[in-house]
Design a protein around this ligand. Structure first.
Ligand SMILES: Cc1cc2nc3c(=O)[nH]c(=O)nc-3n(C[C@H](O)[C@H](O)[C@H](O)COP(=O)(O)O)c2cc1C
Length: 396
């Protein structure tokens, strides 16, 4: 799949330091040589997808979001999601919850029973079912509760020398920004790093990520900041590093249907300008591999049903007829998959027009973020009766 770079621009030759995540009692508990992180994506970044991306490049690959209640009560689906690929040397899990004691219990369980090496806390989810209960991107507004969660989780994880990071947004909306306060609090409570998805909860995934906010957070805290939002190509990652001074990048939608982006990223951070441009036949091989990895963890029928959602991303811009696209999105066996992949024009070149373009969900901004009653009244919320969700994640 190696192809020459299509961007005729000189590549900045910069030394990029590894991403170092420390727990209070253990310096450099996790060191990621290439400071690139696969952003957690619910329903996407399961063990199969993480392995697929890791086979392509270097970095840290975070598990999709799991609710802390689900971990604590041993919910069946949550346990299934706590599967790790053989090449995952750093087991990294994102969890979320509104109750400090529950999130800390979940963290202990992750460290004790699942040998997790890194815990990430989700304070950015915009899904109404989560924000309605004060969770995800709603929570940092309540500074005392936010502080209590980070404190409890850092303490629980530190007993195992495991670093804790948190991922958040700029705020609930432009009138209710919290990222600088949240960054300061996370640092004070011993968080190892902060990832900023540079949009508000109300923005959801719309518009352009505000990289200037990432730069402001970098100025504001001493712990590493990971920049997130709108990295579609490796060159965007380097541009974000340059523009913001971030310690690393998190990449989400840009790698949907393009696990090889991690190869380009690894090369870019090593000073090489690779732009992988697979043919349709090579993409078909990647789809087959993705299916095999999913089948290993979920069985053939469930695994290939799960693969359906990736089809449109893999074949975006390629000459694949409507009927074939439709049938690819209906598969549930390898027999069907192989029969359909064999019908593709293996030599069709990569549609370069798709490069640098947004992929995955974009959505529209939300006028009103759904929150518990009176949420904006003050920034204190430790005494509120907030209830955690049991179900496995549906993050964002
Ligand atoms: C399908 C999907 C699921 C997501 N699930 C999560 C999640 O579980 N936890 C989280 O922190 N962010 C989640 N996100 C947000 C991404 O991690 C990332 O912050 C966001 O997509 C912006 O980065 P990008 O522009 O590189 O995609 C999700 C995004 C998508 C598209």
């Amino acid at each position: 799949m190696d192809r020459p770079c299509i961007r005729p621009r000189s590549w900045p030759v910069t030394e990029y330091a590894p991403l170092r995540l420390s727990a209070p009692s253990k310096t450099d508990a996790v060191v990621v040589e290439t400071p690139v992180v696969l952003a957690p994506m619910a329903g996407i970044t399961n063990a199969a997808y993480r392995q697929l991306c890791a086979e392509q490049g270097a970095g840290l690959y975070v598990c999709e979001m799991l609710t802390s209640r689900g971990i604590v009560i041993g919910d069946r689906k949550t346990r299934q999601m706590l599967t790790f690929a053989p090449n995952e040397t750093i087991r990294s899990v994102q969890t979320y919850g509104v109750d400090p004691a529950t999130v800390a219990d979940a963290t202990r369980k992750l460290c004790e029973e699942y040998d997790v090496n890194h815990v990430d806390l989700n304070f950015g989810c915009p899904v109404p079912k989560v924000t309605r209960k004060g969770g995800g991107g709603a929570l940092p507004w309540k500074q005392d509760r936010f502080r209590a969660i980070i404190r409890a989780v850092v303490q629980a994880a530190d007993a195992y020398g495991v670093p804790v990071t948190m991922k958040t947004r700029k705020g609930i909306n432009d009138e209710h920004l919290y990222y600088l306060d949240a960054g300061r609090i996370a640092q004070q409570e011993g968080a190892a790093a902060i990832c900023l998805h540079a949009r508000t909860v109300g923005d959801a995934y719309s518009g352009q990520a505000d990289w200037d906010a990432i730069a402001r957070l970098v100025e504001h805290v001493d712990i590493p900041v990971l920049g997130n939002g709108d990295i579609w190509e490796a060159a965007d990652a380097l541009a974000m590093m340059e523009q913001t001074g971030a310690a690393g990048v998190e990449v989400g939608r840009g790698c949907l249907g393009r696990p090889w982006l991690f190869r380009d990223l690894a090369d870019a951070f090593a000073g090489r300008s690779t732009q992988t441009l697979p043919t349709l036949g090579e993409v078909a091989q990647m789809v087959r591999r993705h299916g095999e990895l999913l089948a290993q963890i979920m069985g053939e029928r469930h695994g290939l049903t799960d693969l359906r959602k990736h089809m449109a991303w893999y074949f975006k811009g390629f000459p694949v007829g409507g009927e074939l696209r439709h049938d690819l999105a209906m598969i549930s066996s390898f027999e069907q998959l192989d029969g359909l992949l064999a019908q593709l024009d293996a030599d069709a070149p990569f549609p370069q027009i798709e490069l640098g373009k947004p992929r995955g969900r974009q959505g529209t901004p939300r006028k009103h973020v759904i929150l518990p009653y009176g949420w904006y009244n003050d920034t204190s919320g430790l005494d509120l009766e907030l209830v955690d969700d049991d179900a496995a994640g549906s993050g964002g």
